[in-house]
Design a protein around this ligand. Structure first.
Ligand SMILES: O=c1ccn([C@H]2C[C@H](O)[C@@H](CO)O2)c(=O)[nH]1
Ligand SMILES: [Zn+2]
Length: 120
């Protein structure tokens, strides 16, 4: 299919060894996702989310959730970070950290974000 990478191509371009993050890198990315969370616009759900996306060339794009009265126009933190990266020419990613205010459990991306992650 045009525009859709084959699995082989994805494995080729995203060398698995480059995906490994040191503990320091993980800590930094988590910190950046927490910082991004501060910009969350979430007056409806009151659920703040921040994301920090690390690219293969070690750039970081952050994003927060931005809601709207018309709820389907709201965008998740992950998708905002991905859109920022893609719109600056970065499509190869190493990792993403996602922060919420839940202290007792991890949050995981919604179906829409997973679909975008799968395709980009
Ligand atoms: O992984 C997630 C889960 C939820 N949200 C946002 C969407 C909505 O604005 C709010 C409540 O679901 O949190 C994210 O940004 N990322
Ligand atoms: Zn989502």
């Amino acid at each position: 299919m045009d525009g859709v990478k084959s699995t082989q191509e994805v494995l080729h371009t995203k060398d698995q060894s480059l995906r490994h993050l040191s503990q320091e890198e993980v800590k930094k990315l988590i910190h950046q996702s927490n910082e991004a969370k501060k910009y969350s616009y979430s007056p409806y759900s009151k659920f703040r989310v921040g994301a920090a996306l690390l690219t293969l060339d070690n750039r970081v794009f952050t994003g927060c959730n931005v809601e709207n009265a018309s709820s389907n126009l709201g965008v998740c933190a992950e998708r905002n970070a991905i859109a920022k990266a893609v719109s600056e020419g970065c499509k190869d990613f190493r990792a993403i950290a996602i922060a919420s205010d839940l202290s007792d459990k991890f949050i995981s991306p919604c179906g829409g974000c997973r679909q975008v992650m799968r395709e980009v």
